[in-house]
Ligand binder design. Structure first.
Ligand SMILES: Cc1cc2nc3c(=O)[nH]c(=O)nc-3n(C[C@H](O)[C@H](O)[C@H](O)COP(=O)(O)OP(=O)(O)OC[C@H]3O[C@@H](n4cnc5c(N)ncnc54)[C@H](O)[C@@H]3O)c2cc1C
Length: 443
């Protein structure tokens, strides 16, 4: 039996945030991180760079190689936690070993949704959420000319598509809804992105799904797909990117409260004493909707992990809340969106288009509740901060969508504190080649 004061399951944004926060306030308490991925923490969004541009693991690392040693954190990488006993305070690993803990963090992230369609088990069908997935696709493409169908036109599907195009693969995206990136982008910006994809030679089929993956019985490989209207598409590679769901299998029989994700308090505590959770696995506080929701993005996972870590180490801290926010630059189109992108009937929407530049803000009772910026997203962080800080916009709301919008357009009492506090690129969350930005903690 191994014993540790702090056990963290998941070695990614949330797990690292927690380990760092714990060490800031507890210099000696033993920390053990378990992950079934065999690598040091890496930037998950950069798996597309691995596939498309041959980016090395070294460049993808989220923290320097000596991070664990310097922080005095033990790791068990490439090992899976298979059973959790919250009463005995133990976790069992896949080799049967037991780990006893005092405080536990579940930073288990998400797991790709795989549709149960005929042919899904064929060689040449891949998910795209881990470095091993990117490696598998990359190895598959070696020495081949590929033709791919990407099922799902969300963030992961478009990210995989860009990487495949960079590898010279002809791609068709099949999206069930009417538009690609339909969860995070409005119609205007989704159309801009679709136009850029088409320009790059990507075919987009919307309003349909893949009913069957075909191939010869003897090879087990893929020769094409059949859509729900029976039309065929030839391909030798299929990437399944229809979504990710919170990975909650460990808590299944523990009595820990789960809705779509593990439910956590503002302290990132689960319903079970001494057990915390963060990141894509959880439903945590969303400051725009003023309720717990899934907000599966890197900065929220990191910040939630930090808050969990502080509470685990005995420093009471509240999660300020996160919200959906994305900054994309696929196929050269810059788009930033955050908060409530689809207004309800109580919202006021102000939008303007200046050639390739598009600005839209969504307001409710004078407060910003959502935004979509395209073409020039440099100032998107300012609007995001108004949304986060719930700053009334009466008297200057039109300025937010002006072509030359900047801090100077805001009343002095609003711009002055932001001049120094404004984190650069606050809504800038990776595509590539940079590392993901972290949300500034605790403001
Ligand atoms: C292709 C792609 C592109 C993305 N692009 C962006 C982007 O541009 N911006 C952005 O903000 N976000 C992006 N995301 C989302 C972002 O990566 C996630 O929000 C973030 O990684 C969540 O961090 P996490 O720590 O909650 O979980 P994860 O990063 O999912 O890590 C959880 C870890 O826990 C391990 N684990 C789970 N269960 C067990 C177990 N029982 N035993 C052992 N180990 C276990 C998993 O294997 C995994 O390694 C992207 C995601 C993908 C896949």
């Amino acid at each position: 039996m191994i014993s540790t004061k702090y056990l963290i399951i998941g070695n990614s944004a949330g797990g690292i945030g927690a380990a760092e926060a714990i060490r800031e306030v507890d210099k000696d308490g033993s920390i053990l991180i378990i992950s079934d991925e065999p690598y040091p923490a890496y930037s998950r969004p950069m798996i597309a760079d691995y596939l498309g541009r041959g980016c090395s693991l070294e460049k993808m690392l989220y923290r320097p190689e000596d991070f664990y040693q310097k922080l005095n954190v033990q790791t068990r990488l490439g090992e899976k936690a298979v059973r959790l006993d919250t009463k005995k305070h133990t976790v069992e690993l896949d080799d049967g070993e037991q780990v006893a803990w005092e405080k536990l963090l579940l930073a288990t992230g998400g797991t790709p949704i795989v549709p149960q369609i005929e042919g899904i088990e064929r060689q040449g069908v891949f998910s795209f959420t881990t470095l091993d997935d990117a490696k598998a696709v990359s190895e598959f493409l070696e020495g081949k000319t590929g033709r791919a169908v990407v099922i799902g036109g969300g963030l992961i599907g478009v990210s995989a598509t860009e990487a495949l195009v960079e590898r010279g693969v002809k791609v068709t995206i099949v999206e069930m809804k009417e538009r690609i990136l339909n969860v995070m982008l409005d119609e205007e910006t989704s159309d801009m992105e679709a136009a850029a994809l088409k320009q790059a030679g990507v075919e987009i089929i919307t309003g349909h799904t893949v009913a069957k993956i075909n191939g010869a019985a003897d090879t087990g490989g893929v020769s094409g797909v059949t859509l729900d209207d029976e039309s065929p598409i030839n391909c030798n590679l299929v990437v399944v990117a229809i979504g990710v769901r919170p990975r909650t299998e460990l808590v299944a029989e523990t009595g820990i409260e789960v809705n779509r994700g593990i439910i956590v308090s503002r302290q990132m505590a689960t319903s079970e004493p001494d057990v915390y959770a963060c990141g894509d696995a959880t439903e945590a506080y969303d400051f725009v909707y003023n309720e717990n929701r899934l907000t599966p993005i890197w900065p929220n996972a990191y910040l939630g992990g930090r808050v969990a870590g502080l509470n685990m180490a005995g420093v009471p801290t509240d999660y300020p809340g996160g919200t959906a926010m994305n900054s994309l630059k696929y196929f050269g189109v810059e788009i930033a969106s955050a908060g409530m992108v689809f207004p309800d009937d109580k919202c006021e929407v102000i939008s303007r288009r200046y050639g390739d530049i598009y600005r839209k803000v969504i307001l409710k009772d004078g407060l910003v509740t959502g935004m979509v910026f395209a073409g020039d997203t440099e100032k998107a962080g300012i609007v995001f901060s108004l949304m986060r800080d719930k700053v009334p916009t009466d008297g200057f709301k039109e300025a937010l969508v002006a072509e030359d919008f900047s801090l100077a357009a805001l009343p002095e009492e609003i711009w002055r504190p932001r001049l120094t506090a404004m984190p650069q690129g606050e809504v800038t969350v990776v595509t590539a080649p940079e590392q993901p930005e972290e949300m500034p903690a605790g403001d």
